[in-house]
Design a protein around this ligand. Structure first.
Ligand SMILES: [Zn+2]
Length: 260
């Protein structure tokens, strides 16, 4: 399947460049025409080589809320730009009222991105982008990757395998009930490289839980996995503090806490 994909990609590159060569050759002699043709073939082969060698990797960099995942992504994008590497930033759209297609960090930096819609086939989107621009990206950086579907993570893996593009997914490991998100689960299953971005709880331990809180600061344990709203509804805690705070919240509300 991969080889056919690459051949299809090569064929499109080839046809587009031959057409370009034909347009340019009107007042060229046979030698110039041959040289245009040679350059076109060279460009084709170099792009084809990148597509064929499969050197890319699928990365998953996970952490809790507030662990500066987005800031790291934006820093990475800045570095790629400085080094002249071809990259693309993408992010799943959760709130349809969102107007600006930007990835924004809490520390105040932002960068333009392409939206990933719920039913979108990311492989088809990227293939069309590569074929229309005749450019294969070196890197694709994805924010909030936990919100992608299992199928979309598989599509990202195929982009890595077919085009040699490195795909870096930044996201949360678990939801407010400490269960894996679908996108994160699939990344743990198939990513080439998995890295934890660590941050520290107020008690000094490593954070591992994204606890949801209400307006009074009580821990919320019921509700939808994804809730549209501000990040101020969440606090990153270690597992021990998460348990203690749930007990405190339950006692404050005079409800009997179910012992574990
Ligand atoms: Zn703690």
């Amino acid at each position: 399947m991969d080889i056919f994909c690459n051949i299809r990609f090569f064929k499109k590159f080839f046809l587009k460049n031959i057409i370009w060569g034909n347009v340019c050759r009107e007042d060229c002699d046979i030698v110039n025409n041959f040289s245009v043709f040679s350059v076109a073939i060279e460009v084709l082969l170099s792009n084809f080589a990148v597509a064929m060698n499969g050197r890319g990797k699928l990365y998953f960099k996970y952490g809790t809320m507030g662990s500066a995942k987005t800031a790291l992504l934006l820093t990475q994008a800045y570095n790629f730009e400085e080094r002249g590497l071809k990259y693309l930033c993408m992010k799943p759209i959760i709130d349809n009222r969102e107007k600006e297609n930007v990835i924004r960090s809490r520390i105040g930096i932002e960068r333009e991105c392409s939206w990933i819609y719920r039913e979108m086939n990311i492989y088809d989107y990227v293939s069309e982008l590569y074929e229309s621009s005749l450019v294969v990206k070196d890197w694709i950086l994805i924010d909030e990757a936990q919100f992608l579907s299992e199928e979309q993570i598989d599509q990202l893996a195929r982009i890595v395998d077919d085009y040699g593009t490195n795909v870096v997914c930044y996201g949360l490991r678990t939801d407010f009930q400490s269960h894996l998100f679908d996108g994160s689960r699939r990344l743990f299953e198939i990513a080439d490289s998995i890295e934890e971005i660590k941050s520290t709880c107020a008690c000094g331990r490593k954070t591992s839980i994204n606890a949801r809180i209400d307006a009074q600061g009580n821990i919320v344990t019921d509700g939808n996995q994804v809730e549209i709203g501000g990040d101020d509804r969440y606090v990153a805690l270690c597992r021990s503090c998460w348990r203690n705070k749930r007990i405190e919240s339950a006692e404050r509300n005079s409800l009997k806490f179910k012992s574990e």
